[in-house]
Design a protein around this ligand. Structure first.
Ligand SMILES: [Zn+2]
Length: 471
């Protein structure tokens, strides 16, 4: 380790599926990666920069939010009782889309991303679909707003995958902000990807929005681009029950079978939601190495349905967890998503231990935690989610003396992880969040963004929105 490196250590480290004492991380701050995991005395040397000792803490890999629409945070509280998902979209989400200017967007992103950081998220997959002006006019460059998202996430300190939505269908006025010609959309992804190719903190993925938002032509082109760039393609699929009917009517098959007929079901495919996929579709997706970005709380909030996560896990689908739009969920807490993912299987299958049994040891002692860390990271193309050499130095620190986590049965790994997931007290024990070796949250305080700036921006947004009659 001749290069400069920092050391980060707590009392215990979660590595290789268990909590271990006496290990420290050596981190290359330039690459944001872990270079070695070893007892601290073996790590001291001439290249040592800073040493961060987090006494009384245990260190876990950070959570990765596999699916987000951060700007939707501005709907929170306002659209909660819409009579249906359609109303939620037409009467709340689309009007918001039509009036957000760049400053509003940046405010929304700062709010959502800082909440993510404060709840233990170190990387986010931002599925982003605003590409044009509010009136549908072209921007000077088709990727300006994508750049705004990346810049804002990086300012808060998160690793960010810009899951760039591709949209060429639909006549609703708001969709004029999303729609592009297929060639133009593909070129934009290609350009962004090239720009960030060497940045370990940024990924760019193509994402045809859905079967109703993207044409067959665009889906096929996006898949070809994903395979060429060796990255995954994300697509909303089978979120609502009527998505199945839509696929049957338009494409003559159920949603995943329709994608199969297009030749795009393989290791480059990640489906978002999948509430209405049947068992054979899960087996097809798993056999091809496909992924699922699962958002259980949003699916409940929006009345979508319950994804058969047990079938997905049994089939070997790569599963990650996300919070979806915080306006279709109202919380940003990966541990709440983990808990909900687990409990929905129990209540729908009428038994306990569903996911542990389905995973048969493949997903460590706590399958939902592995999904929210390693699983989500894999779906976004980050080498993260494990505290091992070569992986991202993205981690969270836990105050394991917090009474909400007691008893932990002598720091039994499974018991401790289960308590993190099921006691619902994330903010009480989460003390530090580190991305790429840099502290984003230190002793419970977000250090990358002044609270006063965020409050001032939010105040301005509220005043302007109220004055425009659209708050
Ligand atoms: Zn979504």
């Amino acid at each position: 380790m001749g290069e400069r490196y920092d050391i980060i250590r707590g009392d215990y480290l979660y590595t290789g599926g268990e909590l271990r004492a006496g290990l420290a991380l050596a981190v290359d701050p330039a690459r944001g990666a872990i270079v070695r995991v070893a007892p601290p005395e073996q790590l001291y040397g001439p290249g040592l920069g800073e040493e961060h000792v987090l006494a009384g803490r245990l260190l876990l890999p950070g959570c990765v939010n596999a699916h987000s629409h951060a700007f939707q945070v501005l709907l929170r509280g306002r659209a909660d009782d819409a009579p249906s998902f359609r109303h939620w979209v037409d009467e709340h989400m689309y009007p918001l889309v039509l009036r957000l200017d760049d400053e509003d967007l940046e405010t929304a992103m700062l709010l959502a991303f800082s909440e993510m950081a404060r709840s233990g998220i170190t990387a986010v997959g931002e599925f982003f679909y605003l590409h044009r002006q509010p009136d549908g006019g072209r921007r000077a460059e088709a990727t300006e707003l994508d750049e705004l998202v990346i810049r804002t996430a990086r300012r808060v300190g998160l690793r960010v995958a810009l899951v760039r939505a591709l949209y060429d269908q639909g006549g609703a006025p708001a969709r004029a902000r999303f729609r592009e010609q297929p060639a133009e959309a593909i070129a934009a992804v290609r350009r962004l990807h090239a720009r960030y190719r060497d940045d370990p903190f940024v990924r760019v993925l193509p994402a045809p929005h859905s079967l109703h938002g993207a044409s067959v032509d665009l889906i096929v082109r996006a898949h070809a681009l994903a395979a060429e760039l060796r990255t995954r393609m994300h697509i909303h699929l089978a979120e609502q029950r009527h998505d199945v009917e839509f696929a049957r009517e338009r494409l003559g098959a159920t949603p995943l079978r329709a994608l199969e007929a297009l030749g795009v079901v393989d290791r480059w495919l990640t489906v978002v939601h999948g509430c209405w996929l049947d068992r054979e579709e899960w087996e097809l997706l798993g056999a091809q190495g496909g992924g699922l970005a699962y958002n259980p709380l949003a699916n409940m909030f929006l009345g979508d349905g319950i994804t058969d996560l047990e079938a997905a896990v049994r089939a070997g689908v790569v599963v990650g967890l996300g919070c979806d739009g915080p306006g279709g969920n109202n919380s940003v807490d990966p541990f709440a998503e983990m808990r909900t993912a687990e409990l929905l299987q129990r209540v729908s299958k009428h038994r306990m231990g569903v996911l542990v049994q389905a995973a048969a040891g493949r997903l460590g002692p706590c399958p939902v935690f592995t999904m929210a860390s390693r699983g989500s990271a894999e779906l976004l193309g980050f080498g993260a989610g494990e505290l091992e050499a070569g992986q991202a130095a993205d981690l969270i620190a836990v105050d394991y003396s917090e009474p909400a986590l007691a008893p932990h049965h002598g720091l039994d790994t499974r018991a401790l992880l289960n308590n993190l997931v099921h006691t619902g007290a994330t903010r009480s024990w989460l003390t530090d969040v580190v991305v790429g070796g840099r502290f984003v949250v230190r002793e419970r305080r977000l250090v990358t963004l002044e609270a006063a700036e965020l409050r001032e921006r939010l105040g301005r947004y509220e005043r302007n929105a109220l004055a425009a009659g659209g708050a």
